[in-house]
Design a protein around this ligand. Structure first.
Ligand code: SAM
Length: 274
């Protein structure tokens, strides 16, 4: 890998979260756990120099990678020359119309997403994938261990946060394995981990106003050391006594913390607030 990068005069962009996988056992494991198999169409976000891409391409019918850094394109031409089932979209994943991409590239096919994510935009990318209700089966990502814990935490438990609630609403999630900093080049400062999210056929709870529901959850977690009531009141600009009344009417103590509330509990608070 160092040799390839040196030959192309490639310098890593910290701003683009470029820490490439160099541990040879990680990519095959990630590809397998990410559901790469015959009959599956795979979307990869951030191809880097194609180490994970190659493992996905070996196992899947077709792989489409979205890579923002055009300096990597000639390198990928070389490293993926042995595969005729890979295409690269040179764009920012947050700007790509993924519904259109899936309809175009994978008509009638089962689709999954697998990626070693750039850590600077882990949450925006995951929310981008979940909120659009894409016709995909699963999302398997390598992220910082701390972020992985939040993605895998069940709402209503201590480690939960707003993103845990969003993930649980759309998917079931599981932390699969961890990877030490030395698995990457350059090595990041922290341990990483792989989380797999299996998309639910329908959201975990039924709510009438989804935007309002997530606004409530974001507000509740917006000020970590505050009670849910205080955080919701200041986050949504509502009178505190009204919020406390709704929380109590939903059956909870007025001093309850947001991490103690499940998806159903937030739905009940939202109904009472209305
Ligand atoms: N998959 C490779 C690997 O495992 O070695 C590279 C992973 S590296 C952590 C993240 C990759 O995402 C980089 O190649 C980076 O250029 C790319 N990237 C960063 N921001 C992106 C964005 N907004 N859209 C698409 N790709 C992005």
């Amino acid at each position: 890998i160092r040799d390839i990068l040196a030959r192309y005069g490639f310098t890593f962009s910290k701003a683009l979260g470029q820490n490439f996988l160099i541990n040879p056992s990680v990519c095959p494991r990630m590809a397998e756990l990410g559901g790469a198999a015959p009959g599956v169409g795979m979307i990869e976000i951030g191809a880097g120099i194609g180490v994970l891409t190659a493992e996905l391409a070996r196992r899947c019918d077709k792989v489409v990678c979205i890579e923002i850094d055009s300096r990597l394109l000639p390198i990928l031409d070389e490293t993926l020359a042995g595969f005729d089932n890979v295409s690269i979209v040179n764009d920012d994943v947050l700007k790509v119309d993924l519904h259109q991409l899936i309809a175009r590239e994978f008509p009638g096919q089962e689709v999954a997403v697998c990626a070693n994510l750039p850590y600077y935009i882990t949450s925006p990318i995951i929310m981008h994938l979940l909120e659009q209700r894409l016709p995909i089966r699963s999302i398997t990502v390598m992220v910082q261990k701390e972020a992985a814990d939040r993605l895998a935490a069940a709402p209503g438990t201590r480690a939960s946060s707003a993103i845990s609630c969003a993930v649980s609403y759309y998917a079931t999630s599981k932390l699969m394995f961890t990877a030490a900093p030395g698995s990457f080049y350059p090595a990041p400062k922290v341990t990483s981990a792989v989380v797999r999210m299996d998309i639910r056929p329908t959201p975990a709870v039924q709510v009438e106003d989804e935007d309002g529901y997530f606004a409530l959850i974001r507000a509740a977690f917006g000020q970590r050391r505050k009670t849910a009531a205080n955080a919701i009141a200041s986050g949504l600009g509502l009178p505190k006594d009204k919020v406390i009344a709704a929380i109590e009417a939903a059956g909870f103590d007025a001093r309850i913390r947001p991490e103690a509330l499940t998806l159903e509990d937030f739905a009940a608070v939202q109904r009472e607030l209305k």
